[in-house]
Design a protein around this ligand. Structure first.
Ligand code: CP
Length: 360
């Protein structure tokens, strides 16, 4: 049985097939209208969502299936102290597949380790958001006609923006990709992405603080919201919240065929006047989320039917004798979980937590 925790769980050929399937679903919706007639999707959302939860639910309904779930931790037995592992064991009795969003990094991975049904990470803290990335890839491919040979600017909160982390990991596997990372000093890309992508794979990138300076080079501009809910210090958020505002003046600096993406919700980092610019693609991107999630549900259910055995994580070389200090890691709130670390650099003695990928 396959789960989806990170975009890297799908090989590039698998990704291409999934994008093709999503495009076919968009063109021929009737063909897929009864493909999940007897199936149920559980949406387990411990954190707010509009697009991800509703597009998952719309996706399953468009496939003929049914949905159940909760939209906040307070309306589930998590409020009484139930663990993620116990929750998914129970949900496995009622549903065929589940999408989980959780504020703690690594929570969907914990679920996948004990689940009898496929688990999809619908966003875990400031870590990963792989289904947003699938949506982003479908949007970029449909607008630019390719996923290689692109200069991609990522602007805003690159530290806590989980969509940025997943998108960088996914795009780094394509040829001739250049990243321009546009952020204030305090919100630069975190260590695990620096390590996984830039140090380990030698992917080309530059870091700048000026959006105006970056604009003329970009084929894709990926704007992000400053993630208020991830800040420990509310004053730090107040200081940084208006770091970047994309407006019609800045759009004049961009290529005629650049496209502007944003995972949404937006606060004020894109002026509403930009919405009328034909290069603004963020609402189209939200629509693509539904087709992409339809394709993903079909793929994971098909694989689960062929191979229903539980998927154990690869424990080769894992170490257990350290403690994760990341306060946003699921191991901080669910203390009975085994601490699991992978050595990522023997010479420098660097170990990363398997759940949140932060350094020990
Ligand atoms: N893009 C995204 O994850 O939006 P929601 O938080 O509304 O699901």
């Amino acid at each position: 049985m396959r789960h989806l925790m990170s975009p890297l769980d799908l090989s590039v050929p698998e990704l291409e097939k999934l994008l093709d399937l999503a495009s076919d679903i968009e063109k021929n919706p009737k063909k897929y209208a009864h493909t999940c007639d007897d199936k149920r999707l559980a949406t387990l959302f411990y954190e707010p969502s509009t697009r991800t939860r509703l597009s998952f639910e719309a996706a399953m309904m468009n496939l003929g299936g049914k949905v159940l779930g909760f939209s906040s931790a307070d309306s589930s037995s998590a409020a009484k102290g139930e663990t993620v592992a116990d929750t998914i064991r129970v949900v496995s009795c009622y549903a065929d597949i589940c999408a989980m969003r959780h504020p703690k990094e690594g929570a969907p991975l914990v679920a996948s380790m004990v689940s009898n049904i496929p688990v999809i990470n619908a966003g875990d803290g400031g870590h990963q958001h792989p289904t947003q990335t699938l949506t982003d890839l479908l949007t970029i491919r449909s607008l630019k006609g390719r996923l290689d040979n692109l200069t991609i600017g990522l602007c805003g909160d690159l530290k806590y923006g989980r969509t940025v982390h997943s998108l960088i990991e996914a795009m780094s596997r394509y040829k001739d990709i250049q990243f321009v990372l546009i952020s204030p000093e305090e919100l630069k890309i975190p260590g695990f992405i620096r390590y996984n992508v830039f140090e380990n794979q030698g992917v080309s990138y530059t870091e700048v603080s000026s959006l105006e300076e970056a604009m003329p080079k970009l084929d894709v501009l990926y704007m992000t919201r400053i993630q208020r809910e991830r800040f420990d210090d509310p004053w730090e958020y107040e200081r940084l919240k208006d770091s970047y505002v994309l407006d019609t003046e800045k759009m004049k600096l961009a290529k005629g065929k650049m496209c502007v993406l944003h995972p949404l919700p937006r606060v004020n980092e894109i002026s509403v006047k930009v919405d009328d610019d034909p290069r603004a693609a963020y609402f189209r991107q939200a629509l693509n989320g539904k087709y992409m999630r339809m394709a993903l549900i079909l793929k994971l259910l098909d694989e689960a039917a062929r191979n229903p055995a539980k998927e154990a994580i690869d424990t080769t070389g894992l170490e257990y004798d350290r403690v994760c200090r990341n306060p946003k890691c699921i191991t901080q709130t669910e203390q009975e979980l085994p601490q699991l670390f992978r050595c990522t650099d023997k010479a420098a003695d660097i170990h990363r937590c398997v759940y949140c990928e932060q350094r020990a």
